[in-house]
Design a binder for this molecule. Structure first.
Ligand code: ATP
Ligand code: MG
Length: 378
């Protein structure tokens, strides 16, 4: 079972007196995991949290876990400024009565797992097992290296174009810190659970969509720590109903850091798409995107050169970001150039209005989709 499905509501109902927010949104819960019948997590506190506060928050979360049906034990490690205290264990039934096992941080519990972490390892250590999301034929990851080059624009238009070809398409916004799918697809609302207890994605423009933006307040910054982000992305793959999906297009967060690596290693990705603009500073980062896929044995479907040119009124082209950078990158790395997308007002407008420009006939996106579908038939 996924500990996050219990921990999130349990910690959401506990207030952190320092930040005034819930312990969950204050980022106090880290490293959740289930280990046999022990649910483990780290309570991340600040120096300014008094011992009473720490105790109260810890007990309240544990109490909520039990109320929500957790029957095993709970081991909570408190971490202050990078210092770890010994875990304390609570039996499933006797806390809430002030019962204290081994006070002063000397509980009789096992040590918390201090596995290796980082790329290739789960947040709590141990090599990652690739798990194919149920019902999905091909997972396509869209990345860029550099931020703001049009990754989400390409991901949404690619998804809508594939759907336009009659394919069954899902779109997953893995950009937890800056979700843009709700706006770009003009879709909002709270997803509901199916009878099989799976989260139902929200439909828009013939595509089934999932984004953290559906679950948290748009204006509230997500200040989760790495392990929580990984937890929610895993849930997006595992606990969302992607039944009968030909292509699941994933809009990765910008960059090639730990979050991207962990995600790419967590699910089998059929192909990676690298988006870049033509100028050298973006290409440099795009190279990292290509390298990341190659290192992780993800087949690179190709490069999309976005904002490739600007169409002048007379029909001539201007190249505000330089000419042909995407093509050179593709040639240099021996990967296909999937397409060149012009810099066009209507594409930006489409993003802001939640009506992907491919619906209004931007051919470049249709061509990109056709190439993707040719390589990955569904
Ligand atoms: N070809 C284009 N023509 C005009 N505007 C574009 C084009 N591609 C993207 N844009 C606009 O540029 C902005 C950034 O694009 P987008 O959000 O897709 O980038 P991103 O790489 O996903 O950014 P982030 O790194 O923040 O996730 C958006 O306002 C989008 O509408
Ligand atoms: Mg984006």
């Amino acid at each position: 079972m996924d500990p996050l499905t219990l921990l999130e509501p349990a910690a959401t109902r506990v207030r952190d007196p320092l930040s005034g927010r819930s312990a969950w949104l204050a980022g106090m819960v880290a490293d959740p995991r289930v280990d046999g019948d022990v649910l483990r997590f780290t309570l991340v506190v600040k120096k300014d949290h008094s011992p009473e506060d720490r105790q109260r928050i810890r007990e309240a979360i544990v109490r909520n876990l039990v109320e929500r049906g957790w029957e095993g034990e709970v081991a909570c490690t408190i971490r202050v400024d990078g210092l770890a205290e010994a875990p304390r264990r609570d039996g499933g039934h006797d806390h809430g009565h002030g019962h204290d096992h081994g006070g002063g941080g000397h509980g009789g519990g096992r040590d918390p797992i201090r596995g290796m972490s980082g790329p290739g390892m789960q947040p709590h250590g141990g090599p990652i097992q690739k798990q194919k999301p149920e019902g999905v034929k091909h997972v396509i990851a869209v990345t860029s290296g550099k931020g703001g080059v049009g990754k989400s624009t390409v991901a949404t238009n690619l998804a809508v174009a594939l759907a336009g070809m009659g394919k069954k398409v899902g779109l997953l916004d893995a950009d937890i810190y800056g979700p843009s799918l709700p706006m770009m697809m003009h879709v909002s609302g709270k997803p509901v659970a199916s009878e099989a207890k799976k989260i139902m994605p929200l439909p828009a423009h013939g595509v089934r969509c999932m984004s953290i933006g559906f679950l948290v307040d748009e204006k509230e910054p997500v200040i989760w720590r790495g392990p929580m982000v990984m937890g929610v992305i895993n849930q997006f793959f595992k606990d969302v109903d992607w039944t009968d999906t030909d292509y699941l297009v994933v809009d990765l967060p910008p960059g090639t850091g730990d979050a991207q690596l962990t995600m790419i290693q967590g699910v089998p990705i059929a192909g990676g798409v690298v988006v870049t603009t033509p100028q050298p500073v973006a290409l440099l980062d795009a190279v990292r995107g290509v390298e990341m896929f190659k290192k992780l044995d993800v087949p690179v479907l190709g490069v999309v050169e976005n904002m490739a040119w600007y169409e002048l009124p007379g029909g001539a082209r201007a190249y505000p970001f330089g000419e042909g950078g995407g093509a050179r990158l593709a040639a240099e790395y021996g990967v296909p150039l999937l397409g060149q997308v012009p810099l066009r007002d209507s594409i930006r407008q489409g993003g802001d209005d939640g009506r992907p420009a491919v619906l209004d006939g931007v051919e470049a996106f249709t061509q990109i989709a056709a190439k993707v579908a040719a390589v990955l038939p569904a």
